[in-house]
Structure formats: C-alpha cells, structure tokens
Design a binder for this molecule. Structure first.
Ligand code: HEM
Ligand SMILES: CC(C)=CCC/C(C)=C/CC/C(C)=C/COP(=O)(O)OP(=O)(O)O
Length: 309
C-alpha cells in the first residue's frame, strides 16, 4: 500500500511520520469542528434538506427529517475528516490548507482517522436502522467515491478528479429525497444531475484563483494542465447544461413558478458571468467572483426549491 498510496500508510498500520517535522501543538476544541470541514458539511446538509423538501409534498415528517439530517451530517463529516487525514501531506504544501490541524501538528493522524471512521459507521448505521436502506446505501456510495476514488486516488493523478468527485457531492440531496420517498424517481435523478453539473464551475473557479498553489503542490487540475481558456470553455459548457437541467425541476412539478423565476434570472446571470470570463482583464479577480457567485447561486436555488411549491 505504501508504494501505491504513500499517504495511506497508517491505514496499513505502518508507522506514520507525516507530521513528525512539525512540533506537536495542543488541540483546540475548534479543531474538532474544522477537521469535519464544517462549512462544506453544512452546505451539503442544505442540499439534503432541499431533497427532503422536494419529496415532502404531502407535508413534512419531523422525525424522518431530523434523523436524516443528523445521520447525513455524520456521514459527510466522516468523509471530510477522512479527506483531511489522507490529504495531510498535500495540505501541508498549500497556504490555503497548511494551517489545518493535521499539517500544523495540532492533531495526530491516527486520532483523526478513527474519528472519521467512527462518524461514518455511526451515520450509516443510523440511516440504515432508522431511516431506510436506500439512503444508507447512497451514503456509503458517497463516502466511497469521495474518500477512496476522489481523495485517495484521482485528486493526485487526474484532471478528471473534480468531475468524478462531483458524484459524491451530488449524492446528499438524493439521500434526503430517498429518505422520505424511498425511491429514486425522475425528480431524484434531475436533482442529482443538477448538483453534479454545478460542481465543476464551482471548483474550477477556485482552481484558477489558486492555480500557483495547486501547481506547486503537484495537483493536476484542469487550469494547471490545460490552461485558462480551456477551463473557461468547460465552465461555460457545464453551466449551460446545469441551467437547462434546473428548468426540469419546474417541468416535473417538483417546484413552482417562484423557483422558475429564480432559476431563469440567476441562471442567465451565471452564464453571462461565464462569457464575461473570455474578456476578463484579470483572470484571478474574475475567478474569485465566479467562485462566490457559484455559492450564492446554489443557496438561492435551494431556497427557491424549498419555498416555492
Ligand atoms: C467536485 C466537488 C467539489 C470540489 C472539488 C469542491 C472544492 C472546494 C474547495 C477546495 C473549497 C475551499 C475554498 C477555500 O478554502 O477557499 C470549497 C469551498 C466551498 N464549497 Fe466546494 N467543492 C465541491 C463540492 C461542493 C458541494 C457539493 C458543495 C455544497 C453543496 C460545496 C460547497 C462549498 C462551500 C459552501 C464552500 C465555502 C465554505 C468553506 O470553504 O468551508 N462544494 N469547495
Ligand atoms: C455522502 C458523502 C460523504 C458525500 C460527500 C459530500 C462532499 C463532502 C462533497 C464535497 C466534494 C469535494 C470533492 C470537496 C473538495 O474536497 P477537497 O479535498 O478538494 O478540498 P480541500 O482541498 O479544501 O481539502
């Protein structure tokens, strides 16, 4: 295992020397939240809530909603914690990530590994025992794709990492939907495709903004390998497909006219932002705005789906 995936040494029980270079500092209570990437966990939870809402047309079931949110949060937090564990070597090479608890020596890798495993076992068990088997299986699939396929393998080796990683990011809303409906119907698939398509423009904007750091860390992202023009073309393609998919949520009567208004307005603006990128004087400033807009767009769309029936 060591030769193929040197960053996974402790999984095989071998000695972990990854942060022996840095002094061991005391762990703060905040570190326990931050290793779960609390911002990403909570935003994924909003997507789960949206899935629950779309499937709850007959009215909310409070028990199922609370149980689904708590157990899905545990599964996502598990994925993020295990991502922090596996990525501790590359995280120490980038300014954005080197102050995290592991690269900074505030937590021991073995401890983080066990926290990640415990959260995952707890979340999947709760889903399987108290929600349904389908949502538990989806959680397991999301965890597998995010931790093993994306983090341990593709992130270090291929520009396809973010596209394949997008499968895991598209699963939480479907977990919410299937927790209530018990099925994977057309609406569930549309939701999945919408979230899948949202992610490449979201992340490619960040990858452009931080290109020098990613290049230095040796991560083969699209802007690093193919340059800015190709990246902008791909962002426009994904965004166009995502905006068209967003209209289908109205077409299948999963959300109402209020939602459609938001989808059209915010969608056209998103595409206009993408086109503006080809004329941008400063690519980094443009990319920064695109990243922020990707988050604003998603929050507005989720609120539209939840509120407009
Ligand atoms: C291929 C999939 C994805 C990739 C590669 C990705 C990557 C990233 C990265 C690297 C950051 C850190 C930005 C920074 O530190 O400056 C980030 C931030 C963020 N992402 Fe994503 N992301 C993905 C999917 C998602 C999904 C599915 C959601 C929500 C449903 C999401 C929501 C957010 C939010 C809210 C932030 C800002 C808050 C924070 O950094 O804690 N991302 N994303
Ligand atoms: C069900 C389940 C577990 C779903 C996973 C949901 C999830 C956490 C989605 C985010 C996907 C993703 C690729 C984030 C970036 O990680 P990164 O390692 O590129 O970010 P970093 O560079 O900031 O560490």
């Amino acid at each position: 295992m060591e030769r193929l995936w040197p960053h996974l040494e402790s999984l095989s029980g071998e000695k972990d020397n990854s942060n022996t270079e840095v002094s061991v500092k005391p762990t703060t209570w905040k570190d326990y939240f931050h290793i779960t990437k609390i911002g990403i966990t909570l935003s994924n939870l909003l997507s789960t809530l949206t899935g629950i809402s779309l499937a709850s047309r007959e009215g909310w079931q409070t028990g199922t909603t609370v149980l689904t949110l708590v157990s899905t949060a545990l599964v996502i937090a598990s994925g993020c914690t295990l991502n922090n564990y596996i990525d501790r070597d590359i995280d120490s090479r980038m300014a954005r990530t080197q102050k995290r608890a592991l690269p900074d020596g505030r937590m021991q890798p073995q401890k983080v590994l066990w926290i990640g495993i415990t959260l995952g076992v707890l979340g999947i068990s709760l889903l399987g025992l108290f929600v349904n088997l389908l949502s538990a299986m989806l959680g397991l699939l999301g965890l597998f794709v995010y931790v093993w396929i994306y983090t341990a393998w593709l992130k270090r080796t291929s520009t396809l990492s973010t596209v394949i990683g997008g499968i895991s990011g598209a699963i939480p809303p479907v977990m919410g939907y299937s927790a209530v409906s018990g099925t994977l119907d057309l609406t569930a698939w549309i939701l999945f495709i919408f979230m899948f398509l949202w992610q490449p423009p979201h992340f490619l904007a960040l990858a452009m903004r931080r290109i020098e750091e990613y290049r230095a860390a040796g991560i083969p992202l699209l802007p690093v390998v193919r340059g800015f023009t190709e990246t902008k073309q791909q962002m426009l393609r994904y965004t166009t497909a995502m905006v068209l998919t967003s209209f289908l949520i109205f077409e299948v009567h999963a959300a109402g006219k209020g939602y459609l208004t938001i989808a059209i307005g915010m969608g056209i603006l998103y595409m206009a932002f993408c086109v503006a990128g080809f004329f941008a004087k400063d690519n980094i400033v443009w990319a920064q705005k695109m990243f922020r807009y990707s988050l604003l767009y998603l929050i507005a769309m989720f609120i539209g789906m939840i509120v407009s029936r």
